[in-house]
Ligand binder design. Structure first.
Ligand code: SAM
Length: 366
């Protein structure tokens, strides 16, 4: 069936709704898990349900690219209300990462194409899956928006937690990976002296050859260090602000190519690489995505080339760790008349091995 595609990534597409989707949408509302998730039972019959016009400012079906199956829907509340994103995932497709992927895609579409600056989403305290999904997609708690409701079955008070995703400078998290866009200009790895670390990667790379690939490179600091010492480096990052800043700092180096790219789906026209390393696999959200990343790396690595990955994957009996908020100062202040610093916290999830980072940048004029 031909449908307008609003936005797509390599796994899913958000596509136009057709009347033929209504049966699946209606039946999804009959599912107790949906009713629990929305603290709500729809009492209409199918005809009543389909006779209601869609009032949301955006409503789309979620389609699996590989099979064209429709697996659920996403919608943003009507224009006169606060923008609130909701998702309905049909039963057979739950707990496989599709929800998070679709929610992140819809969030991106909302802020980039619909130009919605603040997007809300709600979840109930017992809905651990949704709470995790919102965090992963870069939403942060917004307690001012919490609403006390009556439980749909018992009538007891129940709170619906509100979360917010903000576009622009205030954003606290970006794409579920940390607000790297915001602090790109000040990126300096917290002011640490990094020569020893750069040297270690350089030595390791040199034993395999000259061509090096560095995914998730941030500003490409280590790549620049290698390029200055004769290596031929391609480094890339998903955050355009990181790459822009890297080009400003290291753009003159002939041995360094800095690209924007997503580790889950990149292809660069470069010679096969001898050595690839990535220390940030902890930011990849599912084992499926780890496989996609490895497949992309594999197409760029020469036969017998070397790949080193710091997985962040769960170790047996790993405990979750939270690094309390820390303040980081750059090694030197480089902006005339402005002092900058960062505050940040990191959480390593013992259950999944994933890393969540939240960093705020601060500046003071003097
Ligand atoms: C901790 S920083 C990397 C620091 C870097 N390894 C260094 O040594 O300077 C993590 C980086 O991963 C990037 N990132 C997160 N998800 C990504 C993805 N799917 N593809 C490419 N880069 C990604 C972020 O934009 C961020 O710059």
């Amino acid at each position: 069936m031909n449908r307008r595609v609003f936005v797509a990534n390599n796994l899913l597409s958000l596509v136009e709704h057709k009347n033929s989707d209504d049966r699946a949408l209606y039946e999804n509302w009959q599912d107790p898990a949906t009713q629990r998730g929305y603290n709500f039972i729809r009492h209409e019959d199918f005809d009543e349900y389909t006779s209601r016009e869609i009032k949301q400012r955006f409503f789309a079906m979620i389609r699996l690219n590989s099979t064209d199956e429709i697996i659920g829907a996403v919608g943003i509340s009507p224009p006169e209300s606060t923008a609130d994103l909701a998702i309905w995932l049909f039963n057979p497709y739950r707990r496989q990462g599709y929800g998070t992927n679709a929610f992140a895609l819809a969030t991106e579409y909302a802020v980039k194409s619909l130009n919605i600056k603040e997007l809300h989403a709600g979840a109930y305290p017992d809905n651990i899956g949704s709470l995790k999904m919102l965090r992963k997609c870069g939403y942060i708690p917004y307690p001012e928006g919490n609403v006390i409701e009556k439980h749909y079955l018992t009538g007891a008070d129940v709170v619906q937690y509100d979360f917010i995703y903000k576009k622009g400078d205030d954003v606290n998290l970006f794409n579920g990976i940390g607000n790297y866009a915001q602090h790109a200009r000040f990126w300096d790895w917290g002011g640490y002296e990094r020569t020893e670390e750069h040297e270690r990667w350089l030595k390791m790379a040199q034993t395999h050859g000259k061509n090096v690939l560095i995914p998730m490179c941030a500003t490409g600091e280590t790549g620049a260090y290698m390029a200055e010492r004769g290596m031929n480096v391609t480094a890339f990052d998903i955050t355009p602000e990181m790459i822009d800043e890297g080009k400003k700092r290291f753009g003159g180096l002939s041995g360094l190519r800095l690209y924007e790219g997503d580790i889950l789906g990149f292809r660069f026209d470069i010679p096969p690489v001898d050595f690839c390393y990535c220390t940030d696999f902890g930011h990849i959200h599912s084992i499926e995505e780890v496989k996609q990343a490895l497949a992309c790396i594999n197409t760029h690595l020469r036969d017998g080339g070397c790949l080193v990955v710091e997985t962040g994957l769960r170790l047996p009996d790993a405990k979750s760790r939270c690094t309390p908020t820390e303040t980081f100062y750059p090694q030197k202040q480089v902006y005339p008349g402005i002092k900058v610093w960062k505050t940040g916290e990191t959480r390593n999830d013992g259950e999944t091995g994933r890393t969540y980072t939240s960093i705020g940048t601060n500046m003071k004029k003097f």
